[in-house]
Ligand binder design. Structure first.
Ligand code: PGA
Length: 261
């Protein structure tokens, strides 16, 4: 069933000042201006969002953040709300990235609250899930990832579920140069889709599921041939505008995947 439009999202993590972000946007837009068959998202640090709003306005590139608070407003020192993200033209937000889970102690319960808040205001959450190397070696990767998906999406209506993106990012493949094989990526993305199907029925076929972890210009095409891998969340290889544009062009989605959108 050809019903999912591919998505390639860049996750800049904690890189780029305002001037670097502006410079990137000019070069990147020039390279990707003719791309029509997939959605491109740049997930930038908070300080670069407002300048990027101006640079990306009326372009095909969407803007995303890398985290947000579950609360609307109030005494939450250091936090950024969903409304604040919308105010700077963000339409996507990465939630539950493994770096936030591991280094900042984010729990599935908090991620669930953030997912709900994002959906309430109309932001599209890019929910990140993934196992560490120990779990993979113990054969518990699927169990962990399916559990993360179920807990993060607990209590959502079918309509809300229909507005999410999931990114499978095995922790052992992030920033390490070790990509999961396209078969491993496919297997886990299919397990995630099975979990989504148990939550929302056949509408799960419409949810984009991305792979992330050392995706590069030279391995994206193979990943994209897998039926349940609908795109990528890209860290290191999104930092250079020409390199990221090349990755996007190499993603070369199969015509069948984008038909009818
Ligand atoms: P990487 O990061 O592409 O540098 O491995 C991916 C991510 O953490 O989203």
């Amino acid at each position: 069933m050809a019903i999912r439009r591919p998505v390639i999202a860049g996750n800049w993590k904690m890189f780029k000042t305002v001037s670097e972000a502006e410079d990137y946007a000019v070069k990147f837009l020039e390279e990707v201006k003719d791309v029509t068959d997939l959605d491109i998202i740049l997930c930038a640090p908070f300080t670069a969002l407002y300048p990027l709003k101006n640079e990306l306005e009326e372009s095909i590139v969407h803007l995303g953040a890398q985290n947000m608070a579950w609360a609307d407003e109030g005494a939450y020192t250091g936090e950024i709300s969903a409304q604040m993200l919308q105010d700077v033209a963000c339409t996507y937000v990465i939630l539950g990235h493994s770096e936030r889970r591991e280094m900042f102690g984010e729990t599935d319960g908090e991620i669930n609250k953030k997912v709900k808040k994002a959906l309430t205001v109309g932001l599209t959450p890019i929910l990140c899930v993934g196992e560490n190397l120990n779990l993979r070696e113990e054969g518990k990767a699927v169990e962990r990832v399916q559990g993360q998906v179920s807990r993060a999406l607990e209590g959502l209506s079918t309509e809300e579920l229909s507005r999410i993106i999931v990114a499978y990012e095995p922790i052992w493949a992030i920033g390490t140069g070790k990509t999961a094989s396209s078969k491993d990526a496919q297997q886990m993305c299919a397990s995630i889709r099975a979990t989504l199907t148990s939550l929302m029925g056949l509408d799960a076929e419409k949810i984009p599921i991305l792979y992330g972890g050392s995706v590069k210009a030279d391995n994206i095409a193979e990943l994209m041939t897998e039926p349940d891998v609908d795109g990528a969340l890209v860290g290191g290889a999104s930092l250079d505008p020409l390199n990221f544009a090349k990755l996007i062009i190499n993603a070369n989605p199969l015509p069948a995947r984008v038909e009818g959108i």
